[in-house]
Write a protein that binds this ligand. Sequence first.
Ligand code: AMP
Length: 291
Amino acid sequence: MQVVHEPAELRRLCDEVRARGQRVGLVPTMGALHRGHLALVAAARERADVVLVSIFVNPTQFGPGEDLDRYPRTLDADVAACAEAGAHYVFAPASDAMYPPGEETRVNVGATAADLCGAHRPGHFEGVATVVTKLFAIVGSCVAVFGRKDYQQLRVIHRLVTDLFLPVEVVGAPTVRESDGLALSSRNRYLREGERPKALALRTGLGAAWDAFAAGERSVTKLRALATAPLSAVDRIDYVTVADPDTMRPLDDDARAGDRVLVAMAAWVGKTRLIDNLVLGEDERPYREQT
Ligand code: AMP
């Protein structure tokens, strides 16, 4: 497996892959890789001949006061994990390779990015859309795999690819969880001892909404209340939203859910911001009760 640092070199390698009649698979990440990321590599390997993992902590998707400086950077371990998972290339550019002096262009996102995390992290999805567009432009025609863990991000990228006619097939892969249901995240390593049980409140809320939906509950107010109740354990709630899973538009409290409905949440445990979601009617229950 080869580590590539320069965009021009990556473009050349990807052109070569396609010239051989093969398909490129791209897995964009910010590193600090865990089993969730490696499941995306496996999904890319099923769909592509040559798999490329990008590792780049993208400064433009962090707001002032967010965790850009302390975001975990573990490149050596990440490269080893990618090799083990069967990736062919890691693309690890320097910050000024992706944002050279004088650069100023940003990708403007729309309604899909307006609510949920978009409302709490101004500029976040513009930064995501910008860096993902840069990656797609460097890599060219490919299949790109993203996690449903960041469900709104996945929808924003679907929209981006459609709206800008980008030659990319976007695939969403299921959220990988610990056996107790906690969604894997690079930020879980910020959790202190004693905070982890509080972090389970997110999956408990989603599990309660999942059970009620499976039993026929379609009231948006009730689904939202069930998902919210266990969050009394966390330190702060950013949002718990019931929304259309395609447009990301929040549903009114007096509305009724259809056959598929998104329940998504973001909450703080200590200094750690956690997100989780389920598309009820589509996703599996996040965990099984221990008997
Ligand atoms: P990140 O490095 O956190 O920016 O994530 C890179 C990619 O991995 C994104 O497409 C995420 O949605 C995905 N991802 C992160 N955590 C998980 C998880 N627990 N299960 C599945 N995909 C994940």
